[in-house]
Ligand binder design. Structure first.
Ligand SMILES: C[S@@+](CC[C@H](N)C(=O)[O-])C[C@H]1O[C@@H](n2cnc3c(N)ncnc32)[C@H](O)[C@@H]1O
Length: 267
């Protein structure tokens, strides 16, 4: 499919450096003193080579969602693609699902959820900061265009989840334990709670509150590591640098019969 006026593309140089560009008919792209008219890119095949006025060569590509997320303007820190991919299966996001998330941040998780629930599902976001909400909505519109199945509530999710019979709840905020009472009310039975937390004390707290609620079972916590490799001739080895830590994922299922809670024993 050819590249269109108005869409975002990535220019990638021979060292793998990526430059984002919003295509606009009549405009000129400038890079290190070299230029190319956008009109020379508009109408080109996705994956074409382009040459700037001074001879610099780039591959021009429509970004994948993961590539777009890593280069889009950020308000809040985004969830990295390795974790977004994991969230989709461990929170079991499926076409037609009603998914509630908080906060919207920069919109990376929101876009990932919207693609997975499809047109028959819906995503509801809660966010307390207007500046982040605006940034996220712009990011979403730039990549997905007009979306009819996304709702944003500008409020603290711990103060109330309006939706009922929610299939999945995904929380990327610092105090998800405050949301557990609302999660118990809003999630359908069999529904999934997932929280994304960077530190161990936060994980301990959310797991204790989930256990203490008596409404959740199958609680598990894990992290994912993605170790890139260098494959160049005989140099076949792990890359020298990697993202060593992002966050821990805690997943829990809402059950029909409350789980018996063990009384705390003083030692
Ligand atoms: C790390 S960011 C989320 C990033 C987002 N998941 C993404 O992938 O782009 C955390 C967001 O949660 C919001 N937030 C924090 N506490 C909240 C609450 N109680 N209710 C709603 N939003 C909250 C913050 O304002 C911030 O935008």
């Amino acid at each position: 499919m050819t590249l269109r006026d108005g869409e975002r593309v990535h220019l990638i140089d021979h060292k793998g450096r990526v430059y984002a560009l919003n295509l606009r008919a009549g405009k000129t792209y400038q890079h290190s003193g070299q230029t190319i008219p956008h009109d020379r890119i508009i109408g080109a095949e996705d994956g074409s080579n382009v040459v700037l006025s001074g001879g610099a060569k780039f591959v021009v590509l429509r970004p994948t969602l993961a590539e777009y997320i890593m280069k889009m303007p950020r308000g809040a820190q985004v969830i990295y693609p390795k974790d977004l991919a994991t969230i989709l299966l461990w929170a079991d996001i499926y076409p037609g699902a009603t998914v509630v998330e908080a906060g919207i941040g920069s919109g990376a998780l929101t876009m990932t959820l919207l693609r997975a629930v499809g047109e028959t599902g819906r995503v509801v976001s809660y966010e307390i900061r207007d500046d982040f909400a605006e940034r996220a909505l712009e990011n979403i519109a730039m990549y997905l265009g007009k979306v009819g199945n996304h709702v944003l509530h500008r409020q603290d999710i711990a103060l109330g989840i309006e939706e009922q019979q929610v299939d999945r709840l995904v929380l990327d905020l610092p105090e998800p334990w405050r949301v557990v009472p609302e999660a118990v009310r809003a999630l359908r039975t069999g529904g999934i709670f997932l929280s994304y937390l960077p530190t161990v004390p936060q994980v301990v707290k959310v797991v204790e509150v989930l256990q203490g609620s008596g409404a959740f079972g199958l609680i598990e916590t894990f992290e994912t590591l993605q170790r890139p490799w260098n494959i160049e001739g005989r140099s076949v080895r792990p890359a020298l640098r990697m993202v060593a830590h992002t966050a821990f994922l805690t997943v829990a299922r809402k059950l029909v019969t409350p789980v018996a809670v063990e009384p705390e024993l003083d030692e």
